[in-house]
Design a protein around this ligand. Structure first.
Ligand code: AMP
Ligand code: GLY
Length: 438
């Protein structure tokens, strides 16, 4: 079958790499893709938020399946657009309807959904400019630090964690009255701060049935020891050592099942990924039965850079799973997972996540059996590989243990060179330390 994948990051390179392994895939297009995806499929220059252009391409190239990488086209309703067009309605779309995508597109919608379905999450209330004074009073009932979340999509910047009440109130006012995050902060969710360890859980669902994909942990801050500015993600590991069978059963029973049941009961059309950002509270590494998971957020896509450590661990044919998801037949599918650990190290351009340069020549060094996923790269007219984004390239290694996977991934990262390259050297170390305490 012919498949079109939308997106251009490391996540999409990892998804494309997996799709290209399937016997069922005869032609893979990636729009717009990067220099890495060009090696496993054909990049096509399309604006992924221009549904008409995407639809035209799908018709003219006889595309059978559309896989949507990032959230923006989903939140804008690409699945509904395809469902309504006579020539597109039979195309299998991996990505939820606009209503399903609101789980990511509106924090207030997601919180209300969790409340309706008894899914554990932080206590919260939502406020607008008209209810600013109520918001300030709600803040007074909470303990510091204070969590303020812009309701809408804010390019990953819409969450503020404030150490004191005065700053929290000032920023609440800026979000609601001064449009600090534009329309995205016309409503603000204020919620209780949860203390624990974060992890990312991934589900593939057809709206009724689901498969739990390998879980992962990502590293969001630019600096070692989780310091400095937030980034798109500086690395990831899968599996997460503290999240064994007993803990993951709690995640499945308390969160995954009621989430999928909620979608079904509310008749929300949802074929695609659910990425559940969890706060794991009360983890005692010496007791595998300890800890309680709470939902911090839903995303309606895979994570980046979690996909780069999760997808290489999936041994099943991903196109077969997508096809069954699109048909509503996921209950007949099982997932085969590589038991080894995967470690992904992200390399970024100097200066990222603030201003950084593009166009530096990348030398990839010698190939080995680690995977190199491109994030922000392109080739110039001479075929040279150039940096073309903040997150540039990542390396993923698989090995019997997490320390070995990290060592291999770091060895490969060291061999990749360009001017200003930066990466964190402590990916996974927090988890190794935690497990040593067990
Ligand atoms: P989000 O955009 O919802 O993922 O939030 C960004 C980050 O803020 C999360 O990855 C957490 O590190 C942090 N965060 C969000 N909500 C809470 C909360 N209720 N308690 C503690 N940390 C939070
Ligand atoms: N790694 C977090 C995200 O993709 O949102």
């Amino acid at each position: 079958m012919n498949i079109l994948l939308l997106g251009s990051g490391g996540r999409e390179h990892a998804i494309a790499y997996k799709i290209a392994q399937s016997d069922q895939c005869s032609q893979l297009y990636i729009a717009p893709g990067n220099a890495g995806t060009a090696a496993v499929g054909e990049n096509v220059s399309l604006d992924i938020n221009d549904f008409e252009a995407v639809g035209q391409f799908v018709i003219s190239h006889r595309v059978d399946m559309l896989v949507v990488g990032p959230e923006a086209p989903l939140v804008a309703g690409i699945a509904d657009y395809f469902a309504k067009q006579p020539l597109l309605r039979n195309v299998m779309v991996i990505g939820p309807s606009k209503q399903g995508a609101m789980l990511e597109g509106s924090k207030d919608y997601a919180k209300a959904f969790m409340q309706r379905h008894n899914i554990p999450t932080a206590r919260y209330q939502t406020f607008t400019e008209a209810t600013l004074a109520d918001g300030e009073r709600f803040l007074e009932t909470l303990q510091p630090p204070y969590v303020l979340k812009a309701d809408g999509l804010a390019a990953g910047k819409g969450v503020l964690i404030e150490p004191d009440l005065a700053t929290a109130k000032a920023h609440l006012r800026e979000m609601l009255c001064d449009h600090k995050f534009g329309d995205a902060s016309a409503s603000v969710v204020i919620e209780e701060y949860l203390s624990g360890i974060e992890m990312s859980v991934f589900v593939l669902t057809d709206g009724t049935h689901y498969l739990m994909l390998p879980a992962a942990k990502d590293y969001k801050r630019i600096g070692e020891g989780d310091t400095g500015l937030n980034t798109g993600g500086m690395g990831s590991v899968s599996p997460v050592p503290f999240a064994g069978k007993a803990f993951m059963k709690k995640v499945e029973d308390r969160i995954v099942k009621p989430t999928v049941r909620g979608l079904r009961d509310e008749k929300i059309s949802y074929c695609g990924f659910i990425f559940i950002g969890l706060m794991c509270c009360g983890i005692d590494p010496s007791d595998p039965a300890s800890g309680d998971p709470y939902v911090i957020e839903y995303n309606v896509r895979m994570g980046d850079p979690e996909t780069e450590s999760v997808f290489p661990r999936i041994k099943s044919d991903i196109v077969h799973l997508f096809e069954n998801a699109a048909r509503g037949d996921l209950d007949g599918c099982s997932l085969e997972v590589d038991p080894r650990s995967a470690a992904c190290v992200m390399m970024v351009a100097g200066g990222y996540p603030e201003s950084y340069k593009k166009g530096d020549v990348i030398a990839l060094g010698t190939d080995d059996d680690t995977l190199v996923f491109h994030c922000g790269t392109k080739r110039d007219g001479k075929g040279r590989l150039l940096t073309n984004g903040g997150r540039v390239i990542c390396t993923t290694a698989l090995a019997p243990s997490l320390p070995e996977a990290l060592l291999k991934s770091y060895n490969r990262s060291q061999a990749i060179e360009w001017n200003g390259k930066y990466y964190r050297r402590d990916i996974g170390q927090d988890l190794l330390k935690l497990m040593q305490e067990a």
